[in-house]
Ligand binder design. Structure first.
Ligand code: C5P
Length: 247
């Protein structure tokens, strides 16, 4: 993989709460990173203005709001995501097939109406903060976690979604079940050369950029290893180099 391809497949999690901080990061990094994830924190604080700010600096936006509601409500949110011109957004697969289909149909018809490219819609399968015990004891789901992940990934694919958010450990099984052409975006990336505060890090099941790419991730999402680096541009360069070595 060339470094230009790697740059397109690196996504920065803009986990900051001030628009000015987000803008500064995009300005510093936009030559190295073209996809920026806006999640609950920044969107709750700054709203659609954060999306517009990133786009006006030339960045593509992954709107990580994990929609999970009745089909009509998720369809309405999907139309607004299209109107904002986001490149990618996500929904919870556990919202069911009617909800996922409603999101896909709404996004497709709104994109056609606006004459814009339809966003990639990803599914969240099982949150990586859950484990087998929580799944069985609390949620009363009898499936093993790994089976639940591939089951929901296949369900999402059947509903026309473009891919899933998956931990490094899940990539191989999802690829086997859902095939190529189904996007896998992977957080939990920890380049060993960069991470500080290793003991304080809450990501448990991690992979390096090279490992994630080798396993078959289409995109990797990186937050703190870049956000907390003394030199975020240098950190991004190291990650891109690692990605290219993984292929
Ligand atoms: O700072 P870090 O690199 O851990 O950031 C990873 C980003 O990916 C965060 O925005 C986090 O919310 C998100 N994420 C994750 N694990 C998931 C899904 C999303 O870490 N399973």
């Amino acid at each position: 993989m060339t470094s230009e391809e790697a740059k397109k497949r690196l996504c920065l999690a803009l986990d900051v709460n001030r628009l000015s901080d987000a803008v500064r990061l995009v300005e510093i990094l936009r030559d190295r990173i073209t996809l920026f994830k806006i999640g609950f924190q920044l969107f709750t604080k700054e709203g659609p203005g954060a999306v517009q700010a990133v786009q006006s600096l030339g960045g593509r936006v992954f709107l990580d709001l994990k929609y999970h509601d009745i089909p009509n409500t998720v369809a309405a949110a999907a139309r607004e995501a299209v109107n904002m011109g986001v490149y990618m957004f996500n929904v919870h697969a556990s919202g069911g097939s009617d909800m996922m289909r409603a999101a896909v149909e709404a996004a497709a018809s709104q994109s056609q109406k606006n004459n814009t490219t339809m966003p990639v819609i990803l599914a969240v399968t099982v949150l990586t903060s859950l484990n087998d015990r929580i799944l069985t004891d609390e949620l009363n789901i009898k499936n093993q976690l790994s089976h639940q992940v591939t089951h929901l990934a296949a369900l999402a694919k059947g509903c026309g979604l473009g891919g899933v958010v998956a931990s490094p450990q899940e990539i191989t099984a999802i690829r086997e079940r859902c095939g190529h052409g189904f996007t896998i975006l992977t957080p939990g990336i920890r380049p060993p050369c960069i991470i500080k505060d290793k003991d304080e890090d809450d990501q448990k099941r991690t992979a390096t950029p090279a490992q994630a790419i080798r396993l078959g991730a289409d995109y990797i999402v990186v937050g703190r290893p870049i956000l907390k680096a003394d030199d975020p541009a240098e950190a991004a360069d190291k990650i891109v180099r690692d990605m290219t070595s993984g292929y």
